[in-house]
Design a protein around this ligand. Structure first.
Ligand SMILES: NC(=O)c1ccc[n+]([C@@H]2O[C@H](COP(=O)([O-])OP(=O)(O)OC[C@H]3O[C@@H](n4cnc5c(N)ncnc54)[C@H](O)[C@@H]3O)[C@@H](O)[C@H]2O)c1
Length: 444
């Protein structure tokens, strides 16, 4: 059944959600105080890089059922479902989540809320946040508001596909009316076979942080194995392949390298620890501190290798290929690539970066780092090249040609993405995290 939906917050999550819900037949009003963002979306330009989303936005705008505004107006009185998609970054003062944007969203929508409408949180939050926000909203209206949670699992790089055909939908409700409204909202997806798991609200909040904690743990597990492998002449990529065949383990998210990052996993596992601490359950998730420690050690390992190879890094020219926290996005929030670049810079190296999509974000946020738009320009004169994001461009790069441009044919593959035999044949010394490239058994 067609709904009028307000999507509050138009970042990676909100913009994608607004476009997707409009494409499946709902009327959508996207709201974000960021005037530039709204102007860009109105003009059919997604303000960040997400494959396929520009085209989908154009398609959605053409239906005239999608509009973008900077603040609530009279049309918010017609809204059936308010979706809260604002950021929940790490607080400035600790590990916990900063809920100020959610609080502001609640305060902003309250004057427009009809008793029949449902307010649904999609942002990732510590368990208990929905109860707190519902209470806040209740104090602002003169009826009992319908409140639900609907965590989001989209991945940047495949966000639109993940939104239209997610592995599953999770809805957390405490009343059958809200549950019914959410089932109707997602009917276009569920009738195509998308599973919908209906749970209570605290479970829905926990599902998301539990999933992210599991994924972070899986990456840190294989990176811990890489630390061991590096010290005993074993190969962690071969190890991952071998254990990954076991269906109980699976081979996804078992890539060794410089670890996880981005706008979600790191802050979510920190906020989970902070919340567990508040609940007096510190020990239940204390392993997450180790997960993070392993993750951070992989970044410093790159610097250690650089020093082992080059000695003092002061004045040495290092090219970091990749800035985004993963390929197919321009998102550099908590990116391992940026952390490695900053660590090398702090050790005295002169850094030049390249990223197919995130270059402008680096220029804006890291003025101390040089950025080039072409790989060849970035590596010119380099004493060391570090591959920090597994963009296809780097795996496909012509190592013979690049070899002619650098001062020293030394590459650290922080993502295990290079066809290293070819690079070696072209005279490069290749060091790959967690790998034993001398092993005769290791494939390309
Ligand atoms: N990015 C992802 O891949 C992803 C995936 C799943 C879940 N999430 C979760 O979704 C939430 C949003 O993440 P994001 O990456 O889209 O963040 P983001 O920073 O890209 O976007 C947040 C947006 O909210 C806007 N905003 C702030 N205050 C507002 C207000 N009062 N009213 C309306 N808009 C307001 C900001 O201007 C910004 O455009 C977070 O909780 C995140 O953990 C993100």
């Amino acid at each position: 059944m067609k709904k009028t939906v307000a999507v509050i917050g138009l970042g990676y999550l909100g913009a994608t959600t607004a476009v997707a819900l409009s494409l499946v037949g709902h009327r959508v009003i996207g709201i974000d105080p960021d005037e530039k963002k709204v102007a860009s979306l109105r003009a059919g330009r997604v303000p960040f890089y997400e494959p396929g989303l520009d085209e989908a936005l154009g398609e959605a705008l053409a239906t005239k059922e999608l509009e973008f505004v900077t603040a609530h107006d009279e049309s918010s009185h017609e809204v059936d479902v308010f979706l809260l998609c604002v950021g929940t970054p790490q607080s400035r003062t600790g590990l916990g989540a900063d809920l100020q944007y959610l609080e502001a969203s609640i305060d902003g929508l309250a004057p427009y809320l009809r008793a029949e409408a449902v307010v649904v949180g999609k942002s990732t939050v510590p368990v208990g946040t929905a109860a707190y926000l519902k209470q806040r909203l209740s104090s602002l209206v003169d009826f009992a508001p319908n409140f639900a949670w609907n965590p989001e699992f989209l991945r940047e790089g495949t966000a639109l596909k993940d939104t239209l055909t997610p592995d599953r939908l999770v809805i957390g409700t405490s009343d059958s009316y809200s549950e019914q409204v959410l089932r109707e909202l997602y009917q276009p997806l569920t009738e195509n076979g998308v599973p919908l798991v209906s749970v209570d609200i605290p479970t829905s909040e926990l599902v998301k942080v539990a999933a992210n904690s599991f994924l972070a743990t899986k990456i840190s597990f294989i990176n811990a194995m890489a630390e061991i492998a590096e010290n005993v002449g074993a190969d962690a990529v071969a190890l991952a392949e071998a254990i990954g065949y076991d269906e109980r383990i699976g081979n996804k998210f078992l890539r060794t390298g410089i670890g996880f990052g981005g706008g979600c996993l790191p802050k979510d596992i920190r906020a989970f620890q902070a919340r567990a601490n508040e609940l007096g359950l510190t020990e239940s998730v204390s392993f997450l501190a180790q997960v993070e420690d392993i993750n951070l050690r992989r970044r410093t390992r790159v610097v250690d290798i650089a020093v082992e190879e080059l000695g003092d890094l002061a004045g040495r020219r290092v090219t970091v290929l990749g800035a985004a926290f993963k390929p197919e996005t321009d998102d550099i929030r908590d990116s391992p690539a940026m952390a490695v670049a900053e660590l090398l810079w702090a050790a005295g190296a002169e850094i030049t970066m390249h990223d197919p999509k995130a270059g402008d974000n680096v220029r804006r946020m890291y003025p101390q780092l040089a950025v080039e738009d072409r790989i060849a320009d970035a590596v010119a004169g380099a004493d060391l090249v570090v591959v920090a994001t597994e963009w296809r461009d780097y795996g496909l790069a012509d190592s013979a040609e690049l070899g002619k441009l650098v001062a020293n044919k030394l590459v650290i593959d922080g993502r295990n993405t290079l066809p290293y035999r070819q690079w070696q044949q072209n005279g490069w010394k290749v060091i790959a995290l967690g790998r034993n490239l001398d092993s005769a058994l290791v494939g390309v």
